[in-house]
Design a protein around this ligand. Structure first.
Ligand code: C2E
Ligand code: CA
Ligand code: CA
Ligand code: CA
Length: 279
């Protein structure tokens, strides 16, 4: 048993070592990723269910590295956050997304809004609002076409400070969505004090909304509450017609998910927008 224990420990130690190595490898490679042009944005449209139009899309980062291959954002974003690299990456994301959206505006998709994910690490920086303002102004896309997706946990760090930051962002013209709504711990009491525009229902609730009455109840409650507070609702991760039907009946405004369109390169999304317009 003693031997087994030692082997067990050795195995554990090796496993840990492997994890540390790969974490360090990811971080090392990530430091050079932007200058090597390894990062790219994909875009996923949101369908307005009532009008049948595309009013918005979400920018989602992709990273291909020669030695690591494709690294998913679920893997590298936490490492970027821990190392602080997320600040630089996040600014690149906002700038790239704004420039691309301006291109689409100039092609005639002039009401298109772009949503950009903001990490907690970015949001809590004292320079955050000024940096956002500088980047948007530099790109020339009017701020009302920029939406910031911020998670509940980022917003509930420091409530009174959050309210001030959100007010400054709103004064600039950008809109605010609460991302992954329902997965955090934000009290409804905070929610009503935040000057926000949209609640994004997390995919985890949408996944089983047809099969599980509990999830259906949660989704219905979020939609009803959002409407009472004059907020828009976007459901993410919609994959089936049954989910769409249920969300539509529940009064959800917009859906995003593989059912309508997977995240695409800028070129891919240009084609999608053009063919959608011709329909
Ligand atoms: P998120 O913000 O909740 O984004 C939604 C995720 O769901 C995306 O994964 C998207 O590709 C995926 N998705 C959309 N529709 C469907 C569907 O119908 N089925 C399934 N199975 N998945 C769907 P992705 O692109 O891998 O991003 C994962 C997470 O990484 C994001 O979750 C977000 O938290 C983070 N992330 C992505 N890009 C950025 C970024 O530029 N900045 C920051 N800070 N975080 C980012
Ligand atoms: Ca998001
Ligand atoms: Ca989510
Ligand atoms: Ca998220």
């Amino acid at each position: 048993a003693k031997e087994l224990g030692r082997n067990g420990f050795q195995f554990f130690a090796e496993e840990m070592n492997l994890k540390m190595n790969s974490r360090l490898r990811v971080e090392t490679q990530m430091r050079r990723a932007l200058e090597r042009n390894e990062m790219q944005l994909h875009y996923q449209p949101k369908l307005d269910i009532r009008s049948g139009t595309i009013n918005g899309l979400e920018a989602l980062i992709r990273w291909h590295n020669d030695s690591l291959g494709m690294v998913s954002p679920a893997e590298f974003i936490p490492i970027a956050e821990a190392s602080g690299l997320i600040v630089q990456i996040g600014e690149w994301v906002l700038e790239t997304a704004c420039k691309q959206t301006l291109i689409w505006h100039n092609m005639g998709h002039a009401s298109l809004r772009v949503s950009v994910n903001i990490s907690t690490r970015q949001f809590v920086r004292p320079e955050f609002v000024d940096r956002i303002a500088d980047i948007i102004e530099k790109c020339g896309l009017p701020a009302q076409f920029v939406d910031l997706e911020i998670t509940e946990s980022a917003l509930t760090h420091n409530i009174s400070e959050t309210i001030t930051i959100l007010q400054r962002l709103k004064a600039m013209g950008v809109t605010i969505s609460i991302d992954d709504f329902g997965t955090g711990y934000s009290s409804l009491n905070y929610l009503k004090r935040f000057p926000i525009d949209t609640l994004k229902i997390d995919k985890s609730f949408v996944d089983d909304v047809v099969e599980r009455t509990e999830d259906a109840a949660i989704v219905a409650t979020i939609i009803a509450m959002a409407h009472h507070m004059n907020l828009n609702v976007v459901a993410e991760g919609v994959e089936t017609l049954e989910q769409l039907d249920l969300l539509k009946k529940g009064g959800c405004e917009e859906i995003q998910g593989y059912l309508f369109c997977k995240p695409q390169t800028a070129e891919g999304l240009t084609d999608f927008l053009e063919s959608f317009r011709r329909k």
